[in-house]
Design a protein around this ligand. Sequence first.
Ligand SMILES: Cc1cc2nc3c(=O)[nH]c(=O)nc-3n(C[C@H](O)[C@H](O)[C@H](O)COP(=O)(O)OP(=O)(O)OC[C@H]3O[C@@H](n4cnc5c(N)ncnc54)[C@H](O)[C@@H]3O)c2cc1C
Length: 401
Amino acid sequence: MIASFETTCCIVGGGPAGMMLGYMLARAGVPVTVLEKHKDFNRDFRGDTVHPSTMEVIYQLGLLEEFLKLPHQELASIGGKIGDFAFRAVDFSHLPVRNRFVALMPQWDLLNFVAGRARVFPNFRLCMEHEVTRLLEEQGKIAGVEARTPEGNVEIRAKLVIGCDGRHSTTRQAAGLEVQEFGVPIDVLWFRLQRNRNDPEQSLGNINYGKILILINRGDYYQAGLIIAKGSFERIQGRGLDAFQRDIAEIAPYLKDRVPGLQVWDQIKLLSVQINRLRRWHRPGLLCIGDAAHAMSPAGGVGINLAVQDAVATANLLAGPLREGNVTEAHLAQIERRRTFPTHVIQALQVRAHNGMAKIFANPGPAKAPWQLKLALRVPGIRRLVGRILGMGVRPESVRL
Ligand SMILES: Cc1cc2nc3c(=O)[nH]c(=O)nc-3n(C[C@H](O)[C@H](O)[C@H](O)COP(=O)(O)OP(=O)(O)OC[C@H]3O[C@@H](n4cnc5c(N)ncnc54)[C@H](O)[C@@H]3O)c2cc1C
């Protein structure tokens, strides 16, 4: 027999979009249930960046002081290295917010933090190990979901279902929402390398020999990401692990004594990158936001920020109608309209960045910084402009609850 319960708003997925939305709706007095398919938030592939505009939201929610007590590193500017040419390309120091830096922290810390604050509200419920498998539909309207749990299947009836279940969204697929795909020429190999005390802090773009290596400092290890041409992992594996180790040491020679730590291919995860978006984000009784509405590439590390901004806009516009029990499709369409422009702008920039990466793969020799880059870096205010776009996004949202 299927167990069942009711809620006002059922959020599918406990990522940045789902947890932030769950917290904000609960804080505004809406009975809300978040369903997350995993048993915890401790996974490695999620991205580690908390941007200035996300921290501004956390400040507006009155949580910033506590949040900043979590272990993190602060990046006030971001640079990279092409061949021997090291440069700073992004400056956050002028942004009109309290925290003019990107906080780097494992995403599970951010999600556990938000979950902990949300649990304070009696109208908030977080159900881990609840994997939504299908939508319930009544008279053409989504009326809830069915979820698989270790104890059996559960039916959750809701006035509104919000799909925050990421780039492989079950909700958007089950709802038949049409997806527009944009070709992506990259994938990411994700692995850990031991970090020594005297190693550089981070290298958010180390480009050489036709490869791009990202190294995020997590204390005693680097979370490393090697950006590869889409579909090339099998070929890389075919060359053997020794060749892979040599490739990494070639780009970052100081890691030469650490790469032998990569002993088996299981230590190296392939993360498939996509950019796509829904032509329509909603149906009666259902809305999708975050990656479920628009899958983001890791380029620029802005997907978490965009997901949180979607959540803030959604909570601002829906808390009242949800409390009053009169959510209409017009409300859902309003959210889509508000968030479409920021999504399109950022995805267009990511597509451009991918095209640049594809050119890098085409040159397996020592990399030379293009003259256009050197020239652009001389334009006054360019680093601040890039900092503004990366740090704040387009049309940043403020908490209005
Ligand atoms: C390789 C890679 C690296 C990235 N690095 C960064 C970065 O450094 N910074 C950055 O800002 N962005 C990064 N991004 C993009 C970023 O991960 C996403 O844009 C962001 O996580 C979107 O948040 P979300 O809450 O919408 O979805 P997600 O973070 O994908 O969360 C979705 C949640 O839903 C759950 N779920 C899925 N299906 C179901 C189901 N059927 N039932 C219940 N739960 C379900 C999942 O377990 C997950 O917890 C990266 C992306 C990739 C691919």
